[in-house]
Design a protein around this ligand. Structure first.
Ligand code: ZN
Length: 390
Protein backbone atom coordinates (compact mmCIF):
# COMPACT_ATOMS: atom_id res chain seq x y z
CA UNK A 1 0.00 0.00 0.00
CA UNK A 2 2.76 2.42 0.99
CA UNK A 3 4.37 1.60 -2.30
CA UNK A 4 1.29 2.55 -4.34
CA UNK A 5 0.72 5.78 -2.47
CA UNK A 6 4.35 6.71 -2.88
CA UNK A 7 4.23 5.93 -6.55
CA UNK A 8 1.30 8.31 -7.02
CA UNK A 9 3.35 11.03 -5.33
CA UNK A 10 6.26 10.26 -7.61
CA UNK A 11 8.17 13.51 -7.34
CA UNK A 12 7.10 14.52 -3.88
CA UNK A 13 9.87 15.27 -1.37
CA UNK A 14 10.61 12.56 1.20
CA UNK A 15 8.82 14.36 4.11
CA UNK A 16 5.55 14.55 2.14
CA UNK A 17 5.94 10.94 1.11
CA UNK A 18 6.14 9.81 4.72
CA UNK A 19 2.85 11.57 5.54
CA UNK A 20 1.06 9.73 2.78
CA UNK A 21 2.06 6.41 4.22
CA UNK A 22 0.86 6.97 7.78
CA UNK A 23 -2.76 5.75 7.98
CA UNK A 24 -3.81 2.56 6.23
CA UNK A 25 -6.70 3.77 4.11
CA UNK A 26 -9.42 1.24 3.39
CA UNK A 27 -9.22 2.36 -0.25
CA UNK A 28 -5.56 1.62 -0.37
CA UNK A 29 -4.30 -1.07 -2.66
CA UNK A 30 -2.14 -3.78 -1.25
CA UNK A 31 0.31 -5.21 -3.73
CA UNK A 32 0.34 -8.62 -2.14
CA UNK A 33 -1.11 -10.12 -5.33
CA UNK A 34 1.74 -9.09 -7.55
CA UNK A 35 4.94 -7.60 -6.27
CA UNK A 36 6.76 -4.93 -8.26
CA UNK A 37 9.66 -7.35 -8.52
CA UNK A 38 7.33 -9.70 -10.37
CA UNK A 39 5.95 -6.84 -12.43
CA UNK A 40 9.45 -5.72 -13.36
CA UNK A 41 10.60 -9.13 -14.37
CA UNK A 42 7.45 -10.42 -16.00
CA UNK A 43 5.70 -7.43 -17.50
CA UNK A 44 8.62 -5.10 -17.89
CA UNK A 45 6.58 -2.02 -16.83
CA UNK A 46 4.84 -0.82 -13.72
CA UNK A 47 1.75 0.61 -15.50
CA UNK A 48 0.88 -2.96 -16.50
CA UNK A 49 0.87 -3.90 -12.87
CA UNK A 50 -1.65 -1.17 -12.08
CA UNK A 51 -4.34 -3.04 -14.02
CA UNK A 52 -3.72 -6.18 -12.05
CA UNK A 53 -3.75 -4.26 -8.80
CA UNK A 54 -7.10 -2.67 -9.63
CA UNK A 55 -8.54 -6.10 -10.37
CA UNK A 56 -7.40 -7.26 -6.95
CA UNK A 57 -8.45 -4.08 -5.17
CA UNK A 58 -11.70 -5.44 -3.69
CA UNK A 59 -9.97 -8.52 -2.33
CA UNK A 60 -7.20 -6.36 -0.98
CA UNK A 61 -9.59 -4.08 0.88
CA UNK A 62 -11.09 -7.10 2.56
CA UNK A 63 -7.61 -8.48 3.32
CA UNK A 64 -6.51 -5.08 4.60
CA UNK A 65 -9.49 -4.83 6.97
CA UNK A 66 -8.78 -8.32 8.30
CA UNK A 67 -5.15 -7.44 8.83
CA UNK A 68 -6.01 -4.22 10.64
CA UNK A 69 -8.34 -6.21 12.87
CA UNK A 70 -5.59 -8.70 13.60
CA UNK A 71 -3.20 -5.86 14.31
CA UNK A 72 -5.64 -4.28 16.79
CA UNK A 73 -6.28 -7.67 18.40
CA UNK A 74 -2.62 -8.26 18.96
CA UNK A 75 -2.25 -4.67 20.28
CA UNK A 76 1.03 -4.34 18.45
CA UNK A 77 0.73 -1.31 16.19
CA UNK A 78 4.22 -0.18 17.11
CA UNK A 79 6.27 -3.23 17.93
CA UNK A 80 7.42 -5.49 15.12
CA UNK A 81 8.00 -8.38 17.57
CA UNK A 82 4.28 -8.55 18.45
CA UNK A 83 3.14 -8.85 14.82
CA UNK A 84 1.60 -11.97 13.46
CA UNK A 85 3.67 -13.81 10.86
CA UNK A 86 1.16 -12.66 8.24
CA UNK A 87 1.69 -9.00 9.15
CA UNK A 88 5.42 -9.40 9.33
CA UNK A 89 5.41 -10.92 5.86
CA UNK A 90 3.18 -8.12 4.64
CA UNK A 91 5.49 -5.43 6.04
CA UNK A 92 8.55 -7.17 4.64
CA UNK A 93 6.83 -7.29 1.27
CA UNK A 94 6.05 -3.57 1.49
CA UNK A 95 9.64 -2.71 2.30
CA UNK A 96 10.83 -4.83 -0.59
CA UNK A 97 8.32 -3.18 -2.91
CA UNK A 98 9.44 0.25 -1.80
CA UNK A 99 13.06 -0.66 -2.48
CA UNK A 100 12.23 -2.10 -5.89
CA UNK A 101 10.31 1.05 -6.72
CA UNK A 102 13.30 3.21 -5.77
CA UNK A 103 15.48 1.06 -8.02
CA UNK A 104 12.89 1.39 -10.80
CA UNK A 105 13.10 5.15 -10.55
CA UNK A 106 16.90 5.03 -10.50
CA UNK A 107 16.96 6.29 -6.90
CA UNK A 108 19.53 3.78 -5.67
CA UNK A 109 22.86 4.53 -4.10
CA UNK A 110 26.14 2.66 -4.28
CA UNK A 111 26.86 0.52 -1.24
CA UNK A 112 29.98 -0.86 0.47
CA UNK A 113 31.29 -4.36 -0.24
CA UNK A 114 30.56 -5.70 3.25
CA UNK A 115 26.77 -5.21 2.95
CA UNK A 116 26.51 -6.91 -0.45
CA UNK A 117 24.70 -10.25 -0.53
CA UNK A 118 27.08 -13.20 -0.87
CA UNK A 119 26.34 -13.73 -4.57
CA UNK A 120 27.48 -10.17 -5.36
CA UNK A 121 30.64 -10.36 -3.27
CA UNK A 122 33.49 -10.88 -5.68
CA UNK A 123 36.42 -8.64 -4.84
CA UNK A 124 36.77 -7.39 -1.28
CA UNK A 125 39.62 -5.04 -2.25
CA UNK A 126 36.96 -2.87 -3.90
CA UNK A 127 35.66 -1.44 -0.66
CA UNK A 128 32.90 0.92 -1.77
CA UNK A 129 30.92 1.96 -4.85
CA UNK A 130 29.02 -1.28 -5.54
CA UNK A 131 25.54 -1.36 -7.04
CA UNK A 132 22.91 -2.92 -4.76
CA UNK A 133 20.96 -5.94 -6.06
CA UNK A 134 18.55 -4.48 -8.63
CA UNK A 135 15.93 -6.98 -9.82
CA UNK A 136 15.05 -4.90 -12.89
CA UNK A 137 16.78 -5.11 -16.28
CA UNK A 138 15.70 -1.53 -16.98
CA UNK A 139 17.46 -0.32 -13.82
CA UNK A 140 20.55 -2.43 -14.66
CA UNK A 141 20.80 -0.92 -18.16
CA UNK A 142 20.22 2.60 -16.78
CA UNK A 143 23.11 1.98 -14.39
CA UNK A 144 25.47 1.95 -17.41
CA UNK A 145 25.34 5.75 -17.16
CA UNK A 146 26.05 5.87 -13.41
CA UNK A 147 29.41 5.72 -11.63
CA UNK A 148 30.08 2.50 -9.70
CA UNK A 149 32.55 -0.40 -9.61
CA UNK A 150 31.26 -1.87 -12.89
CA UNK A 151 31.13 1.36 -14.95
CA UNK A 152 34.65 0.93 -16.33
CA UNK A 153 34.15 -2.81 -16.93
CA UNK A 154 30.99 -2.14 -18.93
CA UNK A 155 32.33 0.72 -21.06
CA UNK A 156 35.73 -0.82 -21.87
CA UNK A 157 34.03 -3.78 -23.57
CA UNK A 158 30.97 -1.91 -24.87
CA UNK A 159 33.22 0.53 -26.77
CA UNK A 160 35.58 -2.33 -27.71
CA UNK A 161 32.61 -4.25 -29.11
CA UNK A 162 31.47 -1.27 -31.23
CA UNK A 163 35.05 -0.77 -32.43
CA UNK A 164 35.41 -4.40 -33.60
CA UNK A 165 31.95 -4.31 -35.15
CA UNK A 166 32.93 -1.29 -37.29
CA UNK A 167 36.37 -2.74 -38.08
CA UNK A 168 34.80 -6.09 -39.04
CA UNK A 169 32.23 -4.45 -41.33
CA UNK A 170 34.94 -2.34 -42.98
CA UNK A 171 37.06 -5.44 -43.53
CA UNK A 172 34.17 -7.42 -45.01
CA UNK A 173 33.47 -4.60 -47.48
CA UNK A 174 37.07 -4.35 -48.64
CA UNK A 175 37.31 -4.84 -52.43
CA UNK A 176 37.71 -8.49 -53.43
CA UNK A 177 40.68 -7.64 -55.63
CA UNK A 178 42.85 -7.19 -52.49
CA UNK A 179 42.54 -10.92 -51.65
CA UNK A 180 43.88 -14.11 -53.25
CA UNK A 181 40.68 -16.03 -52.40
CA UNK A 182 38.23 -13.29 -51.32
CA UNK A 183 35.31 -15.39 -50.05
CA UNK A 184 37.44 -17.91 -48.19
CA UNK A 185 39.65 -15.26 -46.61
CA UNK A 186 36.73 -13.07 -45.57
CA UNK A 187 35.03 -16.06 -43.91
CA UNK A 188 38.25 -16.98 -42.09
CA UNK A 189 38.90 -13.42 -40.85
CA UNK A 190 35.15 -13.06 -40.18
CA UNK A 191 35.41 -15.93 -37.67
CA UNK A 192 37.97 -13.90 -35.72
CA UNK A 193 35.68 -10.83 -35.74
CA UNK A 194 32.72 -12.98 -34.68
CA UNK A 195 34.73 -14.38 -31.73
CA UNK A 196 35.86 -10.89 -30.67
CA UNK A 197 32.36 -9.37 -30.96
CA UNK A 198 30.75 -12.28 -29.06
CA UNK A 199 33.36 -12.10 -26.30
CA UNK A 200 33.05 -8.33 -25.86
CA UNK A 201 29.21 -8.35 -26.10
CA UNK A 202 28.79 -11.14 -23.54
CA UNK A 203 31.24 -9.35 -21.29
CA UNK A 204 29.59 -5.91 -21.21
CA UNK A 205 26.16 -7.54 -20.93
CA UNK A 206 27.35 -9.64 -17.98
CA UNK A 207 28.80 -6.63 -16.18
CA UNK A 208 25.57 -4.68 -16.81
CA UNK A 209 23.12 -7.28 -15.45
CA UNK A 210 25.45 -8.86 -12.90
CA UNK A 211 23.59 -7.17 -10.01
CA UNK A 212 20.08 -8.18 -11.24
CA UNK A 213 19.76 -11.41 -9.25
CA UNK A 214 21.77 -14.50 -8.43
CA UNK A 215 20.23 -16.59 -11.22
CA UNK A 216 20.74 -13.90 -13.88
CA UNK A 217 24.33 -13.27 -12.79
CA UNK A 218 25.07 -17.01 -13.02
CA UNK A 219 23.67 -17.32 -16.56
CA UNK A 220 25.54 -14.26 -17.83
CA UNK A 221 28.81 -15.17 -16.12
CA UNK A 222 28.72 -18.49 -18.00
CA UNK A 223 28.17 -16.58 -21.26
CA UNK A 224 31.01 -14.22 -20.34
CA UNK A 225 33.48 -17.08 -19.84
CA UNK A 226 32.29 -18.86 -22.98
CA UNK A 227 32.89 -15.59 -24.87
CA UNK A 228 36.58 -15.64 -23.88
CA UNK A 229 36.86 -19.17 -25.29
CA UNK A 230 35.14 -17.97 -28.53
CA UNK A 231 37.64 -15.12 -28.85
CA UNK A 232 40.62 -17.47 -28.41
CA UNK A 233 39.24 -20.08 -30.81
CA UNK A 234 38.31 -17.38 -33.35
CA UNK A 235 41.79 -15.88 -33.10
CA UNK A 236 43.40 -19.20 -34.04
CA UNK A 237 41.40 -19.61 -37.26
CA UNK A 238 42.89 -16.87 -39.54
CA UNK A 239 46.33 -17.22 -37.98
CA UNK A 240 46.52 -21.00 -38.64
CA UNK A 241 44.96 -20.48 -42.09
CA UNK A 242 47.67 -18.05 -43.25
CA UNK A 243 50.58 -19.62 -41.33
CA UNK A 244 49.94 -23.10 -42.80
CA UNK A 245 48.48 -21.83 -46.07
CA UNK A 246 50.33 -24.37 -48.18
CA UNK A 247 50.13 -27.30 -45.75
CA UNK A 248 46.45 -27.78 -44.94
CA UNK A 249 46.95 -30.99 -42.95
CA UNK A 250 48.70 -29.48 -39.88
CA UNK A 251 46.36 -26.50 -40.18
CA UNK A 252 43.29 -28.75 -39.78
CA UNK A 253 44.88 -30.79 -36.98
CA UNK A 254 45.71 -27.66 -34.96
CA UNK A 255 42.27 -26.23 -35.64
CA UNK A 256 40.65 -29.44 -34.45
CA UNK A 257 42.78 -29.48 -31.27
CA UNK A 258 42.00 -25.85 -30.38
CA UNK A 259 38.28 -26.44 -30.99
CA UNK A 260 38.30 -29.45 -28.64
CA UNK A 261 40.21 -27.48 -25.97
CA UNK A 262 37.92 -24.46 -26.46
CA UNK A 263 34.79 -26.60 -26.09
CA UNK A 264 36.28 -28.17 -22.94
CA UNK A 265 36.83 -24.65 -21.53
CA UNK A 266 33.22 -23.73 -22.40
CA UNK A 267 31.98 -26.91 -20.71
CA UNK A 268 33.90 -26.27 -17.50
CA UNK A 269 32.59 -22.66 -17.53
CA UNK A 270 29.07 -24.04 -17.19
CA UNK A 271 29.81 -25.38 -13.70
CA UNK A 272 28.55 -23.12 -10.92
CA UNK A 273 31.79 -23.38 -8.90
CA UNK A 274 33.82 -21.97 -11.82
CA UNK A 275 32.51 -18.41 -11.33
CA UNK A 276 33.15 -18.27 -7.57
CA UNK A 277 35.88 -15.94 -6.20
CA UNK A 278 37.92 -18.92 -4.95
CA UNK A 279 38.33 -20.13 -8.54
CA UNK A 280 39.65 -16.81 -9.90
CA UNK A 281 43.13 -18.28 -10.42
CA UNK A 282 41.74 -21.45 -12.02
CA UNK A 283 39.68 -19.34 -14.47
CA UNK A 284 42.73 -17.30 -15.46
CA UNK A 285 44.74 -20.54 -15.81
CA UNK A 286 42.12 -22.25 -18.03
CA UNK A 287 42.02 -19.38 -20.54
CA UNK A 288 45.77 -18.69 -20.49
CA UNK A 289 46.29 -22.44 -21.06
CA UNK A 290 43.87 -22.39 -23.99
CA UNK A 291 45.73 -19.43 -25.51
CA UNK A 292 49.13 -21.00 -24.85
CA UNK A 293 48.13 -24.09 -26.82
CA UNK A 294 49.21 -21.85 -29.72
CA UNK A 295 52.84 -22.40 -28.68
CA UNK A 296 52.86 -25.80 -30.46
CA UNK A 297 51.85 -24.52 -33.94
CA UNK A 298 54.16 -21.51 -33.45
CA UNK A 299 57.13 -23.78 -32.76
CA UNK A 300 56.12 -25.92 -35.73
CA UNK A 301 56.15 -22.81 -37.94
CA UNK A 302 59.50 -21.54 -36.58
CA UNK A 303 61.17 -24.94 -37.03
CA UNK A 304 59.84 -25.51 -40.54
CA UNK A 305 60.33 -21.96 -41.89
CA UNK A 306 63.22 -20.65 -39.77
CA UNK A 307 63.30 -17.84 -37.24
CA UNK A 308 63.87 -15.04 -39.77
CA UNK A 309 60.86 -15.97 -41.90
CA UNK A 310 58.75 -16.56 -38.80
CA UNK A 311 59.59 -13.11 -37.43
CA UNK A 312 59.04 -11.30 -40.75
CA UNK A 313 56.47 -13.14 -42.89
CA UNK A 314 55.00 -15.16 -40.04
CA UNK A 315 54.28 -12.10 -37.87
CA UNK A 316 55.41 -14.05 -34.80
CA UNK A 317 56.46 -10.76 -33.16
CA UNK A 318 52.84 -9.53 -33.15
CA UNK A 319 51.72 -12.90 -31.90
CA UNK A 320 54.21 -12.64 -29.05
CA UNK A 321 52.99 -9.14 -28.16
CA UNK A 322 49.38 -10.36 -28.20
CA UNK A 323 50.24 -13.25 -25.85
CA UNK A 324 52.09 -10.85 -23.53
CA UNK A 325 49.07 -8.53 -23.35
CA UNK A 326 46.62 -11.38 -22.64
CA UNK A 327 48.87 -13.05 -20.06
CA UNK A 328 49.57 -9.73 -18.28
CA UNK A 329 45.81 -9.09 -18.18
CA UNK A 330 45.13 -12.57 -16.80
CA UNK A 331 47.84 -12.19 -14.11
CA UNK A 332 46.47 -8.79 -12.99
CA UNK A 333 42.98 -10.32 -12.91
CA UNK A 334 44.04 -13.38 -10.90
CA UNK A 335 46.20 -11.47 -8.42
CA UNK A 336 43.82 -8.48 -8.21
CA UNK A 337 46.54 -5.92 -8.84
CA UNK A 338 46.61 -2.92 -8.16
CA UNK A 339 43.64 -2.84 -5.73
CA UNK A 340 45.35 -5.47 -3.53
CA UNK A 341 48.00 -2.85 -2.69
CA UNK A 342 45.55 0.06 -2.44
CA UNK A 343 42.28 -1.33 -1.02
CA UNK A 344 39.50 1.20 -1.45
CA UNK A 345 41.56 3.44 -3.75
CA UNK A 346 40.74 1.74 -7.06
CA UNK A 347 37.03 1.12 -6.39
CA UNK A 348 35.83 3.00 -9.46
CA UNK A 349 38.79 3.36 -11.85
CA UNK A 350 41.91 1.33 -12.69
CA UNK A 351 41.11 -1.82 -10.76
CA UNK A 352 42.40 -5.15 -12.05
CA UNK A 353 39.27 -6.17 -13.95
CA UNK A 354 39.20 -2.92 -15.90
CA UNK A 355 42.90 -3.24 -16.78
CA UNK A 356 42.27 -6.86 -17.83
CA UNK A 357 39.42 -5.68 -20.09
CA UNK A 358 41.60 -3.00 -21.70
CA UNK A 359 44.41 -5.52 -22.27
CA UNK A 360 41.94 -7.98 -23.88
CA UNK A 361 40.80 -5.32 -26.36
CA UNK A 362 44.43 -4.31 -27.02
CA UNK A 363 45.47 -7.98 -27.46
CA UNK A 364 42.62 -8.64 -29.90
CA UNK A 365 43.57 -5.55 -31.92
CA UNK A 366 47.25 -6.57 -32.03
CA UNK A 367 46.15 -10.01 -33.24
CA UNK A 368 44.02 -8.41 -35.96
CA UNK A 369 47.01 -6.29 -37.02
CA UNK A 370 49.22 -9.40 -37.26
CA UNK A 371 46.56 -11.30 -39.22
CA UNK A 372 46.02 -8.43 -41.66
CA UNK A 373 49.81 -8.35 -42.25
CA UNK A 374 49.70 -12.12 -42.93
CA UNK A 375 46.85 -11.51 -45.36
CA UNK A 376 48.83 -8.78 -47.18
CA UNK A 377 51.86 -11.04 -47.37
CA UNK A 378 49.74 -13.80 -48.89
CA UNK A 379 48.35 -11.32 -51.43
CA UNK A 380 51.89 -10.22 -52.33
CA UNK A 381 53.31 -13.71 -52.98
CA UNK A 382 50.09 -15.21 -54.36
CA UNK A 383 49.14 -18.87 -54.27
CA UNK A 384 51.37 -21.71 -53.02
CA UNK A 385 54.60 -22.56 -54.82
CA UNK A 386 55.48 -26.03 -56.08
CA UNK A 387 57.71 -26.91 -53.10
CA UNK A 388 54.79 -26.47 -50.76
CA UNK A 389 56.57 -23.95 -48.54
CA UNK A 390 54.57 -20.89 -47.36
ZN1 ZN B 1 34.84 -8.86 -17.27
Amino acid sequence: MAFVLRRRAANVPEATEEKTTAPMSPRGTSTSHLSPAECLSHNGSLPDCDKQRRVGELDDRRDGAEEEEQERASGSDEGFMGMTPLLQAHHAMERMEEFVHKVWEGRWRVIPHDVLPDWLKDNDFLVHGHRPPMPSFRACFKSIFRIHTETGNIWTHLLGCLFFLCLGLMYMFRPNMSFVAPVQEKVVIGVFFLGAILCLSFSWLFHTVYCHSESVSKVFSKLDYSGIAFLIMGSFVPWLYYSFYCSPQPCFIYLFVVCVLGLAAILVSQCDFFSTPQYRGVRAGVFVGLGLSGVVPTLHFVISEGLIKAATMGQVGWLFLMATLYITGACLYAARIPERFFPGKCDIWFHSHQLFHILVVAGAFVHFHGVSNLQEFRYTIGRCTEDGNL
